[in-house]
Write a protein that binds this ligand. Sequence first.
Ligand code: S3P
Length: 454
Amino acid sequence: MQRLSESSIRPLIVRRSPSGLRGTINVPGDKSISHRALMFAALAQGRTVIKGLLEGEDVLRTADAMRALGATISRDGSDWVVEGRGVGQLREPDDVLDMGNSGTGARLLSGILSSHPFNSVMTGDASLRSRPMRRVTAPLAENGACFVTRRDERLPMAIVGTGAAKPLNYRLPVASAQVKSAILLAGLNADGETRVEEPVATRDHTENMLRHFGVPVRVETTTDGGRVIFLQGPAHLTARDVIVPGDPSSAAFPIVAALLLPQSDIVIRGIGLNPLRTGLLTTLRDMGGDLRLENERIEGGEPVGDLHVRGSDLRCVDVPADRAPSMIDEYPVLAVACSFANGTSRLRGLAELRVKESDRLAATVALLEASGVVVRVEGDDMLIDGLGAGQVPGGGKVATRMDHRLAMSAIVLGLAAGQPVDVDDTAFIDTSFPDFIGLMNKLGANLGGTADAS
Ligand code: S3P
């Protein structure tokens, strides 16, 4: 596969789809689970086979980093095979670890590196270098590691890890699975009990996968809906094969496109249905979306199912703030759905969107406004005046700001809007959904080729 480079731009003009979407597809493997599978397999003793790994740029960066830390990682047909080194046994990398566009890769790896006794340097692309790392460096420094960052705790950063890490006891100030995971990963090589408290439950793939690799993780629920996670270190991970489910955050784009285009009738097979990831499905059902789950089952320890989606008239919605962690990456495409709904929608508690691959709050407002939708931000809430099915004028030029989810949201908007939407760059879609355009075309979207303007 051609690797993503910041200098190759792929613009795209998106025209209204002449008919609905039809057919059956699989979406690529879950990004969160794929990062974890590679990291945990590298920390395990023995050989792990990973099926369904997302071969997106973000995950390939994590594979490169774990190789640089001493794991042996190879591809065998469509499987990925990892020979792990064991907790505490990674080796000092002999070059800078470049995590590309991936906040998850950078933050989770910071936890691992903090409790290994060597020095490393981490960087990323311009988007990742602008994202806050303080949320992980502040708690992790308490275990004895030392972080030297640029101004405002931005990458690149140097990490002086410790071989004698103290276990952390930390209450997350923001609901973040990345921060929770970084602390748990640091705790694997600390002596004693690590305790992390989260105010609102966030995706629990780290907890699930640690158990899968044989690490006892205890979880208590608090009276106000939060969770406390306990882990005893030093821990031992035993290699176990992993099956990665389809990514619900990637499925979000064909799902919304199918809802917005009348006469659509599609099936997406094998989507991950972890309840801490399904906020978008709940919300779209609240809006009147025709979504039916079929063939629900457990695969590789995670719930999965096939989702049948039909074109639907949508009504506005009021999404509560405590639903945000279960759909944090889906707000840009939900905002597109709200633009085509009847009435004014309110999406509450979106502060975290400001620190994603781009400032997604500002970028989503700009995306909708460029296509003639009235949208405003009140505090951390976004309000969208829906225009009704097929009624968004379109015609806008969209700046995607190195953000894959903005690019895919802009494409979904363009497929249903009146006038063509001009998307400045679709290259970053490769970070999470490499064949997005091909799969949408398989469903009948009729998206043109992506001219390479580099
Ligand atoms: C992720 C957690 C979320 C999400 C990101 C993946 C993870 O970030 O936005 O795409 O895999 O843990 P936060 O934990 O910072 O909200």
